[in-house]
Design a binder for this molecule. Structure first.
Ligand SMILES: [Zn+2]
Length: 111
């Protein structure tokens, strides 16, 4: 009887059998910050118990960026803070997410 933790199709062995599932979720959220408010689905598999972490979708107050295909060119002079590329796109219609076409990182403009 073992506990197995699953996130995004990857299996993680039980890091500490004395910890609760909530504790382990908190530990794993050091590596996957989005797990902090994930849901846990419990499934039995043979002798093992699988705990699958699922990202909560549509959390209130959390605005997800639009798909980058809908983005427009960022104003001239906008630079990627990660790689310095000027090939930057921005969410249209007052969105605050920026994306770099070079290194594919996303960020939010402060202010
Ligand atoms: Zn970049």
């Amino acid at each position: 009887m073992a506990r197995v933790f699953v996130y995004e199709g990857r299996e993680f062995p039980d890091p500490d059998i004395n910890r609760t599932v909530e504790d382990i979720k908190t530990m794993m959220s050091d590596f996957f910050p989005e797990l902090a408010n994930a849901e846990v689905k419990q499934v039995e598999r043979g002798d093992d118990t699988i705990f699958e972490f699922q990202k909560r979708v549509g959390t209130k107050g959390e605005k997800k960026p639009l798909p980058p295909s809908k983005w427009v060119n960022a104003p001239e002079g906008t630079e990627c803070p990660y790689c310095g590329s000027k090939d930057v796109s921005v969410e249209p219609q007052g969105g605050r997410w920026y994306g770099c076409r070079e290194c594919r990182k996303l960020w939010q403009k402060a202010g």
